[in-house]
Design a protein around this ligand. Sequence first.
Ligand code: HEM
Length: 207
Amino acid sequence: MNRTNLVLLKTLVWIGCLTPLLLLVWRAVNNSLGPDPTAEIASVTGLTAIWLLAATLAVSPLRALSPRLSWLVKFRRLLGLLMFFYASVHMLTWMGLYAGFDPGTIEADIEKRRFIFMGVATYLLVLPLAATSTTWSIRKLGGKNWNRLHMLIYLAALTAVAHYWWKVKTGVITPAPLTLVLAILLCARPILAWNRRRKARASAARV
Ligand code: HEM
């Protein structure tokens, strides 16, 4: 992909990813967030964060489909950081609008509600990934350690799904499509690694 198309596509990704936030602000200004504005903000930011998590995880498997898709890697950091941004707004919504930034209420909520516990666990898992997303961090940690640390994204995907399922009422299956997408992406990793090893063995045997 040439530079112009890359810049154009990055601009579209920015616009697309920031649209849910801009719509939320627009609805807040127009007093149209519905009967429970806090729940609406938590819902939009939570859903955007979890789908961006899936998009971040999708980059490697999609790239492996064809060498012509290698440019996709240039979007992984952006998608990951946008996911972290929405997760942070989501977390602050809970801290501020549900708990009034009261440490006692926050602590009690984490202890009492398992879905909140899982949300916090997910946030704590993605926090070091966002903090080490810079090129400087990759150099400082070394590629191997950086890759190892960034495997936490897979654990975060699992805790995020648990958070989502535990949040919805029994019998509600709205998290199912997201769960299916994440399950495919999590299974893709070992399959791709096995395929890479098989190809490497085959080319070594040919030499
Ligand atoms: C400190 C961390 C977190 C806390 C305290 C938290 C809290 C909450 C709360 C209170 C809700 C319910 C909103 C409502 O009333 O409808 C919720 C929903 C949700 N959260 Fe989180 N969350 C956290 C982190 C995350 C993260 C990191 C993700 C995704 C990566 C996420 C994804 C979701 C999703 C998908 C929903 C369901 C939205 C819906 O069904 O409409 N949460 N979270």
